[in-house]
Write a protein that binds this ligand. Structure first.
Ligand code: NDP
Length: 286
């Protein structure tokens, strides 16, 4: 048998990256499928991003992830950007087709996959409220709109950021997206089918922080989601559970943005259960 000691390579470029657990999840998937692929977590400062992309081309990387602060800055160095990543204005996953590097955004798609697969909810025709207007919110709002949500209401503290994002995404997607300033406590109404915390409130180390929302007006069955994955059990999800509302944690989005990347890179269906288990173990919540 001919020997082949060469592994296929993937990477994550970011700064800081020390605590990024994606590699653990991807490599668990490769092991499960017996693939000789490696995922390297590499610290790349902003001034070195161009060189890192040239290096990725030179090494023949099969693809890579971008995390803070490179998701927008990478765009000029790529050969093509997928339509939804263009609308979002950010790339978190790059795949290689021949010599071409193609930018994708799997964050919002990963969130939506979790809504469908883990919570059993089809976003088509649903009315969603999204808290926040940062990168995660942008990806989620875009994919909700493209998936046929009947109404997406963005509630954000900074009026300028919230209204600018909504105007931009409504124009790009042609879908009903509205903005409301976040003043005091946002009272969820019975009209909402889906509530998403897409802010960083509740993120480690502020694990006791709760977004100022009143869930008591939600109707039974309203799905309450959080993008914060560290810790996965956030005060908002705990409050929703106390009211008997169904919930979806940020681990779901994190796992599925990774499984979508896995499929784009390897062409194989990702072993989602194994990858989720590896991630939960790495985050100490297994
Ligand atoms: P950004 O910094 O781009 O945006 C942060 C958002 O949170 C802004 O809308 C900001 O509002 C809002 N916000 C922060 N603090 C407060 C506060 N005290 N009160 C009201 N609003 C607040 O961050 P990202 O969008 O990149 O990330 C947001 C979260 O999503 C992070 O916790 C991140 O870890 C998580 N994430 C999870 C992923 C997953 O796979 N589960 C993937 C990507 C991100 P304002 O505009 O008013 O400042």
């Amino acid at each position: 048998m001919a020997a082949n000691f060469k592994a296929e390579l993937l990477a994550c470029f970011g700064q800081p990256v020390d605590e990024n657990p994606t590699g653990v999840m991807q490599e668990a998937g490769f092991r499960e499928l017996g693939l000789n692929w490696r995922y390297l977590t590499i610290e790349v400062p902003p001034a070195k991003l161009r060189d890192a992309i040239a290096g990725a081309r030179a090494f023949g990387l099969r693809g890579f992830n971008l995390t803070i602060p490179h998701k927008v800055a990478v765009i000029p160095y790529l050969d093509e950007i997928a339509p939804d990543a263009t609308a979002i204005g950010a790339v978190n996953t790059v795949r290689r087709e021949g010599d071409r590097l193609i930018g994708e955004n799997t964050d919002g798609k990963g969130f939506l996959h979790g809504v469908r697969a883990d919570a059993g909810v089809d976003p088509r025709g649903k009315r969603a409220v999204v808290l926040g207007a940062g990168g995660a919110a942008r990806a989620i709002v875009t994919e909700l709109a493209l998936a046929g949500a009947a109404d997406v209401l963005v509630v954000n503290r900074s009026v300028e950021r919230g209204s600018a994002m909504v105007a931009d995404l409504a124009a790009k997607t042609g879908c009903p997206i509205r903005y409301e300033p976040w003043r005091g406590t946002y009272a969820v109404t019975a009209a909402a089918d889906l509530l998403v915390n897409a802010t960083s409130i509740g993120l480690f180390p502020d694990v006791h922080a709760m977004p100022p929302v009143d869930l008591s007006g939600a109707r039974p069955g309203t799905l309450v989601c959080d993008v914060v994955f560290n810790p996965p059990e956030t005060p908002m999800l705990a409050a929703a559970r106390r009211l008997g509302l169904p919930t979806l944690d940020g681990l779901s989005m994190l796992v599925y943005q990774g499984t979508i990347g896995f499929r784009l890179w390897t062409g194989r269906e990702a072993p989602a259960g194994v990858m989720k288990q590896a991630l939960a173990q790495a985050l100490g919540v297994a």
